[in-house]
Design a protein around this ligand. Structure first.
Ligand code: GUN
Ligand code: ZN
Length: 554
């Protein structure tokens, strides 16, 4: 069960329920190697781990195999939260392991009571020619379907190498198997080689072609430098062996890249480990202690970045965070341009009004979906305008409307235009709802600020202008005069709840228009508008999330 709670860019904060355990995404699943536990389970939990990932293949081939089967994975690892198991695919790729029997590996994961089971997918390499990639991708689909017969807690692994048409096909096929999680595989070499453009293309292609209501895992992504961009593109889950592997090799992770311990004269970090130590001391520690210090620091940075990302989603400034992270590497900065290719998709994902002002932080700001969408929405509007980059000529009446009024653009000077309040209302409505508003109405201004507060038609309240973003928020009466997008319900009982102002859940919605998150929408029952509210989900998500709130009723 997977439920969306908050969102920004193409990122989302979700509640994921796995066998009675609750996990908040986005999150990172630390990789636990039972043969080499460098950080205890209790400590992992303190770092913020809610779910861990371990490798069933490694366990199956270790001396403690029988013990694990006997105790079950949770007792064996002393972890009472959910456990995701990988299958050995990565060992086939990285260590040339052969002859993994797909069905045995599923059986084994079932035997040890894994919560999330991974099939033995076939790792597609960036250098695979199309024919090889097709064979591996198709065989992966077959194995996912076979595995689905053996477990209902399955990972749907998406392969396809660099071939976007194959990735797309794989997404459609794997979605038909209806797994619990989708995992985008075969991307480790791209990350190792800093081929972020190809990585981003793959992620966005998959996201566009996968159902929205399931978590998406970026397989093998463990460097905190790429978490923010990958969350913004739509990934919910990461797994990290990186914290431990880097520590093993005297590497120190930061959100801006990796340092070699030997090169550090200071620790550029405020984690509890780093503030009480100096590099010179740590360099002299015995191997094991050094490794533990580095693993702890790496985990602090890793989970710290996850918290930073969640907070950015909450504040609606995830793109701003991403733009600062892109500066970590020129390839990241360049890769960001791929969002242009997916603008139609992203413009339907990103919320229409945000809690934070839009900050111009460089050229990439110009291709952010909010910017492109706002430009599209003012196309065809008439009347006098003012110039604000990167939006272009903005109708004067939208001076206080998001994002035109809530954006900080270097070099922009407030044009100090005065607009008739009625014209502001008319233009705001045209901008938001795409319709002319020709009714007779009066405008009530705030005595303190002089800003528009309410809009009336004789003694009937038609709506208010929301102070934070200048949006026109219609009353139930006002909704009848607008061309609002509609959400249809067909059960009387639900209509009753909605009229009382209770949130509308996805599963009670019969049909809806092409809604964008954050839009004001009208709820219709029996051909009558019975309520207005704010959409949390778009049309596709409303049909694909089995759970959770779709519309917050006003
Ligand atoms: N770990 C890293 N990449 C992959 C992948 O493509 N498949 C599986 N099963 N595990 C991985
Ligand atoms: Zn630190």
């Amino acid at each position: 069960m997977f439920e969306l709670k908050d969102r920004d860019a193409n990122g989302r904060i979700c509640k994921w329920t796995i066998n009675e355990h609750e996990v908040t995404t986005p999150t990172i699943m630390p990789v636990v190697n039972p043969n080499k536990m460098i950080i205890s389970m209790e400590e992992l939990k303190k770092f913020g781990a809610e779910i861990i990932i371990t490798n069933a293949f490694i366990i199956k081939n270790s001396a403690s195999k029988d013990e694990c089967v006997e105790k079950g994975l949770h007792d064996f690892l002393k972890w009472d939260g959910p456990i995701y198991t990988d299958s050995g695919t990565f060992q086939m790729y990285s260590q040339g392991v052969k002859n993994l029997l797909p069905e045995d590996m599923i059986d084994f994961q079932n035997q040890i009571k894994s919560d999330i089971v991974t099939p033995v997918d076939l790792f597609t390499l960036p250098e695979d020619i199309k024919k090889q990639a097709i064979e591996k991708t198709d065989e992966t689909s077959v194995r996912v379907f076979t595995a689905k017969q053996l477990t209902n807690r399955l990972v749907g692994t998406i392969q396809g190498g660099l071939f976007l048409d194959l990735r797309k096909r794989a997404c459609k096929e794997i979605a038909a198997a209806d797994p619990e999680v989708f995992a985008i595989g075969g991307i480790v070499p791209l990350m190792e080689q800093y081929r972020f453009k190809e990585l981003f293309e793959i992620i966005l292609t998959c996201k566009e072609n996968l159902p929205a209501g399931k978590p998406v895992h970026a397989f093998g992504a463990g460097h905190p430098m790429i978490f923010a961009p990958l969350v913004a593109l739509g990934c919910d889950l990461f797994d990290s062996a990186m914290y431990a592997l880097a520590a093993q090799n005297d590497r120190y992770l930061t959100v801006n890249g990796t340092h070699q311990l030997g090169d550090l004269i200071e620790f550029p970090c405020n984690c509890p480990e780093c503030v009480k130590a100096k590099p010179d001391k740590i360099k002299k520690l015995p191997k094991h202690e050094r490794e533990q210090f580095l693993a702890r620091h790496n985990l602090h940075v890793t989970f710290g970045e996850i918290r930073t990302i969640r907070q950015a989603i909450k504040e609606n400034n995830l793109w701003e965070l991403v733009q600062t992270r892109l500066r970590a590497h020129p390839n990241l900065l360049e890769a960001f341009n791929v969002i242009k290719k997916h603008k139609k998709y992203l413009m339907k994902q990103d919320i229409i009004s945000k809690k934070s002002a839009l900050f111009y932080l460089g050229k990439e700001t110009e291709i952010r979906p909010e910017v492109l969408r706002a430009k599209e929405m003012i196309k065809g509007m008439s009347g006098p305008t003012f110039l604000k980059k990167p939006f272009g000529k903005v109708p004067n009446g939208l001076k206080g409307v998001y994002p035109f009024g809530q954006s900080v653009i270097p070099g922009f000077k407030d044009p100090r235009i005065k607009v008739d309040p009625k014209e502001i209302v008319r233009q705001t409505i045209e901008y938001q709802y795409g319709c002319k508003f020709n009714e007779n109405f009066t405008v009530e201004l705030s005595r303190q600020t002089g800003r528009i507060r309410r809009v009336w038609r004789a003694k009937t309240l038609l709506g208010t202008i929301r102070a934070s973003d200048g949006f026109f928020i219609p009353s139930l009466e006002g909704a009848k005069y607008l061309n609002m997008k509609k959400v249809l319900i067909d059960e009387e009982e639900i209509a009753k709840h909605v009229k009382e102002g209770r949130s509308l859940f996805t599963r009670f919605i019969d049909r809806c228009d092409d809604i964008i998150p954050g839009e004001e929408v009208a709820i219709v029952y029996n051909k009558e508008i019975i309520a207005v509210g704010t959409a949390l989900l778009n049309k596709k998500e409303i049909s694909e999330f089995k759970r959770g709130v779709a519309i917050k009723i006003r």
